[in-house]
Design a protein around this ligand. Structure first.
Ligand SMILES: [Cu+2]
Length: 309
């Protein structure tokens, strides 16, 4: 990753995937001092592909490979098409100030995808995580209507970030695209891994229980208990984005593709102050989980580190 800073460039890596299909990946590089928008030319795919592979040397079986054209040739018998997402930034990319970003969604044929299903009240959910898991942002870019989503994104600290765009083109399943964004600046302090299972956020206490104990490849259930700091169960939990809560889990380390991202859906049949999520950690590693819950008019984000052997 330090390689990026030495080159003083912003690397924008684009990986669009379908859930079970191999990833279609595109990457492009642009000098960060270039204030002009960087457009992707169709012929650029091959040129930048090698750079992308270099950046993600440990792609797994679902990892990044091939240009959209190659993918179509190799997997043309699938009934749905993979999508590709392209990240563009305008202006200066720096911490603490808005970064104008555009995320363009296209089909394998390169044509923009303009129709998206609303799920969890939005058409695109964007989870922004610093690659050492030190920062987490959950935002919803605006659909411009032409296959491009826009947002002014402010990240608090410098570093290498991955943007996980979660969306459903109409008639297709949920898709997750991983997009890399390098934010130049002073090195950020590495986050402290805490393995306790209690968080206090203002007057709210959130306890996490995981049963059975997490293990790579095994299903497990994460249950969050939301209480007042005096121990009384919360009675004012409301739906957040149409569900009892949201849970995003991201794995530390390479590869920074969609395989690092887990998004679980809340189960319905739990007591009013508990929210449970069923998930499976696909591989061993260090993960960080962010549970988000609406208490009255306040959004609570409770984070926990999870070591998966
Ligand atoms: Cu969202």
């Amino acid at each position: 990753m330090a390689r990026l800073r030495r080159k003083q460039s912003v690397l924008l890596t684009i990986a669009g995937t379908l859930l079970v299909l191999p990833t279609v990946a595109i990457a492009l590089t642009t000098a960060h001092r270039d204030r002009a928008a960087t457009a992707m030319a169709p012929g650029d795919h091959q040129h930048h592909h090698q750079h992308h592979q270099h950046h993600h040397p440990t792609s797994n079986g679902h990892g990044d490979h091939g240009s959209p054209g190659e993918d179509h040739g190799n997997h043309g018998n699938h009934s749905t098409s993979p999508t590709q997402a392209t990240l563009r930034t305008r202006g200066t990319v720096a911490p603490g100030q808005p970064i104008a970003i555009e995320i363009a969604i296209a089909g394998a044929d390169g044509q923009p995808i303009t129709a998206f299903e609303t799920f969890q009240e939005k058409q695109l959910h964007l989870i922004v995580v610093r690659d050492d898991l030190g920062e987490f942002i959950h935002v919803h870019p605006t659909d411009r209507g032409d296959g491009v989503f826009t947002l002014d994104l402010t990240v608090p600290t410098a570093g290498n970030y991955t943007l996980f765009a979660d969306y459903k083109p109409t008639g297709q399943g949920e898709q997750v695209s991983a997009l890399a964004l390098a934010v130049p600046g002073a090195d950020s302090a590495a986050p402290r891994v805490q393995d306790d299972r209690t968080r206090q956020i203002n007057n709210t206490q959130v306890d996490l229980a995981i049963a059975p104990a997490p293990q790579a490849g095994q299903s497990t259930t994460l249950t969050f208990e939301i209480k007042d700091t005096n121990g009384q169960p919360a009675t004012d939990l409301r739906p957040y984005l149409g569900e009892r809560g949201h849970l995003v889990i991201v794995r530390q380390g390479e590869p920074r593709d969609r395989s690092a991202y887990l998004h679980a859906h809340a189960l319905g049949n739990t007591p009013p102050h508990q929210v449970s999520f069923h998930t499976q950690f696909p591989r061993a590693g260090t993960y960080r989980a962010w549970g988000q819950f609406q208490r009255g008019d306040r959004l609570i984000t409770a984070d926990f580190w999870i070591n998966v052997p």
